[in-house]
Ligand binder design. Structure first.
Ligand SMILES: Cc1cc2nc3c(=O)[nH]c(=O)nc-3n(C[C@H](O)[C@H](O)[C@H](O)COP(=O)(O)OP(=O)(O)OC[C@H]3O[C@@H](n4cnc5c(N)ncnc54)[C@H](O)[C@@H]3O)c2cc1C
Length: 532
């Protein structure tokens, strides 16, 4: 199979294009799932598109998800069938368009007779049967009732004492930050200008309308203005800062809520299937998900007032997850088992919102258009990023900000690195390695350092690939989001910081401060470790 041509995502060229003075049709602020999906859709429809990300792609909430591609069973309980149906349709497209980064996964809902949970089985079984029925032809696998022995065979590592059986259902899982990078590269391939480490610090407002943005290049401190017919604020939990540049004093739209995940070694739950605890002590759900050779446990839901770039897990959140997981896993689980702990902020939309909006469409996500024409989109979930992007463009058309062009161009648009249809992929549950590069593995193998491992399954060539083709600019970009070591094993990741910095110095040239980049990452990795 011939790999697709490599896209040289050269930052200097992209910056020169952004600052050349040519106006864009659409300027998207924020390089998470929402912004990247919108930029890709707009570029694929032929609009001149610029995306500006202040840090790195998926630095915000979009690298901190539970990694599920799902319809949202909980909306069924609320009777929101249309929303679940849409998410299930999107789930299938998500998996089809990036099979190297998103795949089906079996989930077991265990039932414990001794705790009285056995009575819940028919309830959950019926709900999941409806979930499967709503999937229609996009079903990923059959819902089934497993007896005790079959449940333990399907999910070794479940606590056997009192286990009566389990329900098995199917959803998807993915690598969120790598998916974001693939979206960025695919958008570039479709003609978009996509920049990371560039911050929008001002809105240009003329004659009562937003006509562009003022940008700071965080690497050089250089500043320039860019004009556009339409500006989309896709800055996640940070949308209010930009909204308030447009409308000083506008009431906040977002109420952040923190979700924490813990990562432990696979021997604590050596199962190819994930586990869902449907009702924790606080009445929510908890997942144990095999991912890249480790297991992710989570999550929590803690209202926050601050919105830092690096939210930190609270001690009580860590203890809560450990206590809930201990009830369902056979292996002992203590703080010393935790390899990495990370938190993300959900951009929950306040019911009554603020501002003097002319338009607000509220479903799971919200799209708001201000009197000056700033389009703000927030909320929702990774799974539905593509449909949200279509919603954003439809809102721009409806408001007369852009001339309408037909939707649906991204439905079957395969992302960068996707192997040919039908080609085999390595399960995401397996340890990381060059297979994550999918169809681009031959390009990777041809780079210097393919044989020199910096961590198990992570080579010098992967760093070079990240710098040359994936817009990685710092040690953190490489070890947190081009590879996922920070999220899998914070101490291991820190040990690779200096060699990664040295390779980046060769790739990025004299302006790159290798020592500062490595030291900054080592400090960050320390904060992902949990004191025992
Ligand atoms: C704990 C948790 C678990 C989740 N699990 C799942 C899951 O399993 N499946 C699922 O489908 N969804 C899940 N979600 C939801 C999903 O992760 C989010 O809906 C999604 O990532 C939000 O993306 P976003 O692009 O809107 O925001 P973000 O990813 O936060 O992106 C916003 C970006 O804007 C940038 N930015 C901010 N200000 C500026 C500026 N002035 N200039 C330029 N850039 C700026 C930030 O740096 C950031 O990168 C989960 C969410 C949480 C919190």
């Amino acid at each position: 199979m011939t790999p697709p041509p490599a896209v040289a995502a050269d930052r200097t060229t992209l910056l020169a294009r952004a600052s050349a003075g040519e106006p864009f049709d659409l300027i998207v602020v924020g390089g998470g799932a929402t912004g990247l999906g919108t930029a890709l859709d707009a570029a694929a429809r032929g609009f001149a598109t610029l995306l500006v990300e202040a840090e790195d792609f998926a630095k915000g909430t979009s690298s901190r998800a539970t990694k599920l591609v799902h319809g949202g069973v909980r909306y069924l309980a609320q009777g929101n069938v249309a929303l679940v149906r849409e998410a299930l349709r999107e789930r299938k497209l998500f998996l089809d368009n990036a099979p190297h980064l998103a795949q089906p996964l079996a989930f077991l809902v265990p039932a414990y007779g001794l705790s009285g949970r056995l009575v819940d089985l028919p309830f959950y079984g019926a709900g999941l049967a409806i979930y499967e029925a709503l999937s229609g032809s996009e079903r990923l696998g059959r819902v089934g009732l497993l007896g005790r022995r079959a449940a333990l065979a399907a999910a070794p590592g479940l606590e056997p004492a009192g286990l009566a059986g389990a329900i098995r259902y199917w959803d998807g899982q993915f690598d969120d930050a790598r998916f974001a990078v693939a979206l960025a590269r695919t958008a570039i391939r479709q003609g978009a200008c996509v920049l990371n480490h560039c911050r929008v610090e001002r809105l240009l407002i003329e004659q009562g309308g937003v006509v562009g943005v003022g940008i700071e290049d965080r690497e050089t401190g250089g500043r320039f203005d860019v004009r556009g017919r339409c500006v989309v604020n896709a800055t996640g939990v940070w949308v209010d800062a930009l909204r308030q540049l447009d409308e000083p004093g506008a009431a906040d739209l977002v109420a952040p809520s923190q979700g924490v995940h813990l990562v432990v070694d696979r021997d604590h739950f050596p199962s190819p299937a994930a586990m869902l605890v449907p009702k924790t002590a606080d009445g929510r759900v908890l997942f144990a998900v095999p991912w890249l050779g480790k297991v992710i446990l989570g999550t929590t839901d803690t209202p926050q007032t601050e919105i830092p770039l690096e939210p930190r897990p609270l001690a009580e959140e860590i203890d809560f997850i450990l206590a809930e997981a201990r009830r369902r896993l056979a292996a002992p689980l203590t703080r010393s088992a935790i390899r990495s702990a990370w938190a993300g902020l959900r951009p929950l939309v306040k019911p009554a919102g603020g501002g003097t909006s002319t338009q607000r469409i509220s479903r799971e996500h919200t799209i708001e258009i201000s009197p000056h024409g700033l389009v703000t989109v927030t909320g929702g979930k990774w799974t539905t990023y593509r449909a949200m992007a279509e919603g954003v463009l439809a809102a721009c058309f409806a408001q007369g900000l852009l001339p309408p062009r037909p939707a649906g161009v991204t439905r079957h648009l395969r992302l960068c690195g996707a192997p040919a249809a039908g080609a085999a992929t390595v399960p995401l549950a397996d340890p990381p390695g060059p297979h994550l590069y999918g169809a681009e593995a031959p390009l990777l193998a041809a780079l210097p350092g393919a044989d020199r491992l910096l961590l198990p399954g992570f080579s010098e060539a992967m760093v070079r690939f990240a710098a040359r083709h994936e817009l990685a600019r710092t040690v953190e970009d490489v070890l947190a989001r081009r590879s996922r070591w920070l999220f899998l094993d914070a101490a291991g990741a820190a040990s690779a910081a200096t060699p990664v910095a040295e390779i980046l110095r060769e790739e990025l040239g004299g302006g790159f401060d290798a020592a500062a980049s490595a030291a900054g990452f080592i400090r960050l990795a320390e904060s992902y470790r949990v004191a025992t």
